[in-house]
Write a protein that binds this ligand. Structure first.
Ligand code: TMP
Ligand code: ASP
Length: 237
């Protein structure tokens, strides 16, 4: 597997071409951003933790029958993935009220959502990733009704798998964001699943073990991410 030219650089990852046109390498950086990159930092070791945690989650989901772009972890910071066309819609699943839904709708923090909520956001930093309703998605030709139905169904399945898995480790899966891609006419799970893109609370202490540590200065980010990795690895072995 030869690593070739850089194809794309995002806030937290770089995508490289390989000698196989169907496959690319995702390189996880140490950069952290919040609030549309108003807050920025480089946090040594974040990339390795996120790559390892995301590789674990993708492998788990693949085994449970969720189609994902993940092929294998290549190194501490790199994973081999299927090349997809990213659908510019961020899909957020919420089990418990936290973050933007508390600010936007005034729903008290920690309110339980049963069934979980599925929301769509436009992937566009300049517009600050505004929330979308389904009709906006069709009016803007972002995805077809079939694709939206698949994204919703897969997002809820991912929620069930990860929520149950994390519960066993004493971690509450509060909410998370997914991105999907098109591959050979099918919609598959893409991007990353890590403490950068999920809210994880310690079930006993309520401590945030995710990027809220950086967003709101709640404590050392690496310490929280390491706790997540340690719990996952314990389960593995
Ligand atoms: P929110 O409460 O800020 O809307 O975030 C919901 C979930 O989505 C939370 O787990 C963090 C994740 N998220 C991202 O992965 N990227 C983003 O740009 C934002 C705003 C949230
Ligand atoms: N990743 C987003 C940004 O940079 C926001 C976030 O995760 O809070 O700005």
């Amino acid at each position: 597997m030869e690593k070739k030219e850089k194809l794309y650089e995002g806030k937290a990852k770089i995508i490289y071409a390989t000698d196989n046109p169907e496959q690319v390498i995702a390189y996880y950086k140490d950069d952290a951003t919040a609030f549309d990159a108003i807050k920025k930092a480089t946090i040594k070791g974040k990339g390795e933790l996120n790559n390892t945690i995301a590789s674990f989650f993708f492998k788990l989901l693949n085994e449970k029958g969720i189609p994902t772009h993940f092929i294998k972890q290549l190194s501490n910071r790199e994973m081999l993935i299927q090349k997809v066309e990213i659908i510019p819609v961020e899909v957020v699943v919420r089990n418990i009220a936290a973050g933007s839904i508390v600010r936007r709708l005034g729903i008290p923090e920690k309110t339980k959502f049963e069934p979980p909520l599925v929301e769509f956001y436009l992937k566009n930093d300049e517009l600050h990733d505004p929330i979308l309703c389904e009709q906006h998605i069709y009016a803007m030709n972002l995805a077809t009704p079939e694709e939206v139905a698949t994204m919703k169904e897969l997002a809820l399945k991912v929620n069930e798998i990860l929520k149950e898995f994390m519960e066993k480790q004493g971690i509450i899966l509060v909410d998370f964001k997914l991105e999907f891609g098109r591959k050979d006419g099918k919609v598959i799970l893409a991007d990353e699943i890590s403490p950068d893109t999920c809210r994880f609370w310690d079930a006993k202490t309520g401590e945030s073990l995710d990027k809220d540590r950086f967003r709101f200065d709640l404590g050392d980010l690496i310490e929280g991410y390491k706790k997540i990795l340690e719990k996952i690895e314990k389960q593995e072995g």
